[in-house]
Design a protein around this ligand. Structure first.
Ligand SMILES: Nc1ncnc2c1ncn2[C@@H]1O[C@H](COP(=O)(O)OP(=O)(O)OP(=O)(O)O)[C@@H](O)[C@H]1O
Ligand SMILES: [Mg+2]
Length: 221
């Protein structure tokens, strides 16, 4: 369903070139859960960002449902991302002055149409799905770290995406809370969502269908 073919990405800053991805290929089946592990600096986040089309590769192709999206115009790429892709970061980027429910509704405010009763009901449904039913009115600052991360996941779910990209979703959580987030991701996978998750935790990585190992900008296995 999603395939990266021979991806190369080199960052340039202040005259220094850093090769982040060297000829990386990876494929993700519909509903498949893949985890990506590797040392700090091995290129995991870069690969996730290229796969989710947030970052354009220097060379190579990203095929999504048969289309080479690297050739898409920015507008079309935006639409695709809005519709089908959901992203959860290590630091969840909730807006602190919006309630949990309003944060979950954000994707609807990004060109997906007006926010009406239906969208609000859907947001509440997603908050319930992540175990936060009834907490929609709270501000992020009044929720625990794990609860905030689950709001971010609810926000990712509100659009009924086909792929969820998560960069160390348990990275700043304690063990118990991290487990709860992992249980949630596994449930979502069981419901048919494809997931690409970057993690430093070998135990969490093993909960995916497949573990991809990276070193020095390349995929090992
Ligand atoms: N915007 C950038 N500008 C310059 N170099 C970058 C940029 N982003 C990443 N890099 C470099 O690219 C390489 C891969 O970085 P990346 O963030 O993909 O690693 P990572 O595997 O996610 O590491 P971590 O586990 O620490 O998050 C590193 O050498 C990093 O310093
Ligand atoms: Mg990273």
């Amino acid at each position: 369903m999603l395939e990266a073919k021979n991806i190369t990405k080199t960052f340039q800053s202040e005259g220094v070139q850093t090769p982040a991805l060297r000829d990386v290929s990876l494929s993700l089946g519909a509903g498949e859960f893949v985890s990506i592990v590797g040392r700090s600096g091995s290129g995991k986040t870069t690969l996730l960002n290229v796969l989710s089309t947030l970052l354009a590769p220097d060379k190579g192709q990203i095929l999504y449902q048969g289309d080479d999206v690297t050739g898409f115009a920015p507008k079309r790429l935006n639409e695709l991302r809005n519709r089908d892709f959901a992203v959860v970061f290590q630091f969840h980027y909730l807006l602190p002055y919006l309630t949990a429910q309003e944060n979950v509704l954000l994707p609807f405010m990004n060109g997906l149409g007006p926010v009406g009763r239906e969208e609000i009901a859907r947001a509440e449904q997603c908050l319930e799905r992540v175990g936060l039913g009834g907490k929609g009115g709270k501000l992020p600052g009044h929720l625990s770290g794990g609860e905030q991360q689950r709001v971010a996941i609810a926000r990712a779910l509100v659009k009924q995406s086909t792929v969820l990209f998560a960069d160390e979703p348990t990275g700043n959580l304690d063990k118990g809370t991290g487990e709860a987030v992992m249980d949630l991701l596994t449930d979502l996978k069981d419901d048919g969502l494809a997931i690409v998750m970057v993690t430093h935790d070998e135990n969490y990585a093993q909960r995916a269908d497949r573990v991809v190992r990276m070193a020095d900008g390349a995929v090992l296995s």
